[in-house]
Design a protein around this ligand. Structure first.
Ligand code: DGL
Length: 269
């Protein structure tokens, strides 16, 4: 391949997806680390929350979004959603000719090498049911004990604009009370929505106890993409899509990323 066609290949966009604003916690770090990349983001608010959906439903949503991105000629797709990584990734991973990065599987090795013996995980019911964090971490170090706890109401707290309310404090305290007797060295915020709750969580438990995997994830993608990174030194384009609730998406996502223009609504069903 000559240099010109290699450059054209490298300037193809990278597609992100999540059920809502959660993936913006990954997206914002990615844009800071790799500002020259052309990026797309799909928030599947029509099917939110993913955390209580079946495996079949989650595979269907992931396929629809990946097929949509395929038409947009992406060079890679980033599954910025733990639930989809846990329930859909293994089934769809070989169906596309572009690279797919799932958050859990991409971060497990680094987490397993952090010298921890007990790891707590807060995640959605579907992620906990799959035990994906436990399996992926223990692949690298079977000695590490992992305790996964589902926090089914946290996505609604974030998407419903209820952060720092009594409802949020009560729920955060309840799940911490379940986790603390396990005495974890660290607790993974295993749902991309949960870093939004960090201020509420740290009212009851030290900040340095929590791991937000988004930073580890972005470092991994950056080093893995390597020579496929865009060589252009202008700021990359951004396009946002949602399957519903475009204004809600902008308002609730503000903590992590300021989306300037109303995302385009696309129904993939
Ligand atoms: N943000 C997603 C995750 O990381 C899913 C949240 C949901 O829609 O339930 O698991």
């Amino acid at each position: 391949m000559n240099t010109l066609s290699q450059n054209n290949m490298n300037s193809r966009p990278i597609g992100f997806f999540d059920s809502g604003v959660g993936g913006l916690s990954v997206y914002s770090k990615f844009r800071k680390a790799l500002p020259n990349e052309n990026t797309l983001y799909f928030g599947d608010l029509l099917h939110l929350p993913y955390g209580n959906k079946s495996k079949e439903e989650l595979i269907g949503y992931a396929r629809n979004i990946l097929n949509f991105y395929k038409k947009l000629d992406v060079k890679a797709v980033i599954i910025a959603c733990n639930t989809s990584s846990a329930q859909a990734y293994n089934t769809i991973k070989n169906e596309y000719d572009f690279k797919i990065y799932p958050i859990i599987q991409s971060c497990a090795k680094v987490i397993s090498e952090m010298n921890l013996t007990k790891i707590g995980v807060f995640a959605t019911s579907a992620t906990v049911k799959s035990l994906a964090y436990t399996k992926e971490i223990q692949k690298f170090n079977p000695q590490i004990l992992v305790n996964e706890i589902a926090c089914p109401d946290w996505v609604e707290i974030v998407e419903g604009g209820l952060l720092s309310s009594d409802i949020s404090f009560k729920s955060v305290k309840k799940h911490l009370d379940e986790m603390v007797p396990f005495n974890p060295d660290k607790i993974i915020l295993g749902c991309t929505h949960y870093p939004y709750l960090l201020d509420d969580l740290t009212k009851f438990y030290p900040k340095d106890k929590f791991i937000d995997p988004s930073g580890i994830f972005v470092d991994f993608i950056k080093s893995d993409l390597g020579f496929k990174l865009n060589q252009n030194d202008t700021i990359g384009d951004e396009k946002f899509f949602v399957s519903a609730d475009a204004e809600k998406f902008i308002n609730n996502g503000k903590i992590f990323y300021e989306v300037k223009n109303l995302p385009k609504i696309i129904n993939l069903d």
